[in-house]
Design a protein around this ligand. Sequence first.
Ligand code: 5AD
Ligand code: SF4
Length: 447
Amino acid sequence: MKFLVITYGCQMNVRDSEAVTALLMRQGYERAEGEADADIIVINTCSVRGKAEAKALGKLGLLVADSRRNYPDRVIGVMGCMVQRLGEELFKKVPGLGFGIGTHALSRLPLVLQEVFEGKAPVLDVDEDDDPEALTGHVEGNLSAYVNILLGCDRRCTYCIVPHVRGHEWSRPADSVVAEVGELVAQGVREVTLLGQSVMNYGRRNAVWPEGSTSAGGYETPFPRLLEAVDAVVGIERVRFTSGHPSGCTTELVRAMSELPTVCEHLHLPCQSGSDPILARMRRGYTSDQFRQAARALQAAVPGVALSTDIIVGFPGETGEDFERTRAFMAEIGFDNAFIFKYSPRSGTPAAEWPDDVSDEEKMRRNQVLLEDQTRRVEAINRALVGQDVNVLVEGPSLRNAARWSGRTRTNKVVVFDPVPGVERGNCVDVTVDRVTATTLYGGVTS
Ligand code: 5AD
Ligand code: SF4
């Protein structure tokens, strides 16, 4: 029987999709090439903005209609954040679904499928007693892999649905994380990205979930210690982690980033706004000055570090002045990359009770202004790399032009270069940059 998983949302969702793929393959299911040959289609969903939910609902509606007409035996299921948020309501919104499985029940997907095949559809499983250690499987053949280290989120940013859909923070035992990285290396992986909503909170404390799982070696390992342990795994070339928070940019963390050879000069540090009243109402837990201190500490200790960020425009009460402060703040920090989002009220969050008083047109305008600023900024940052050597993890033929090869720098920039004899996928080589755009560096292999 063949299955297909379609993923919306963040890196955690990409990771969850891979984990259930590995789980189903262990159970004897096969991966489908595409929708046409799939007996089971699972959509992994995101609830972070209304648009993400609308997209998944639209896709589900189309799939159900198509299956009714052309593939009557096919099962359409849903997993992840939207299932957790909507519960039974999901089956009312999209009649004809086979199952919904929440963020804390994924290891039971084979059992849920069994129930569907026994004729019990639609089956809903949003219980919160998952076994995360049953979800450590990976699909072989990749150079880079995501590794979950911290599940859930204990922050309460006023706009954010994530704590509602992904539950309390829970740190995986460090020995289990290190063992997973070791297995990945044995499978040919060269780069890992350690994942957590607020990843630097790793090891601070463990919630009661899952029951009885405050295992030794787990929650007492602070994040910089975990980085040291992962860095020490023989054969790992690059280590990244996401997402950061200024409160986690301690002297210890900065030292780990500057001293550990595999830890890349790259950090995603969402700032959301550069205006203090907005940051306070977002309940982000830092002021713009605290963010500035964190960024400066990293920039001073880690030469060439690339910081990327997330920004929300049009948060309730965001004035033109607040917006201009964000604009100036982004220029001051000099982010290498920025993901800019229009504020979207999420029911159940505190901010959803406040008037959504910035018009959609104005949100769009602010979004556009920041995007244009950012493109100019990154062009200038990249231009300064012309003539320099950058270290590239070789991925193989470029997607756009198979005659050229591509890879990424330690700062996570895409590099396109001509293949040379002896250089293979998975190698790290130095490339001299001779031309740049806002998205890509071009050059030739020097070593
Ligand atoms: N509206 C718009 N953007 C949001 N994000 C989180 N919640 C919302 C919301 N309600 C953004 C934040 C976060 C990123 C993953 O999504 O910028 O960092
Ligand atoms: Fe990821 Fe948040 Fe979307 Fe869930 S709601 S998929 S945690 S971005």
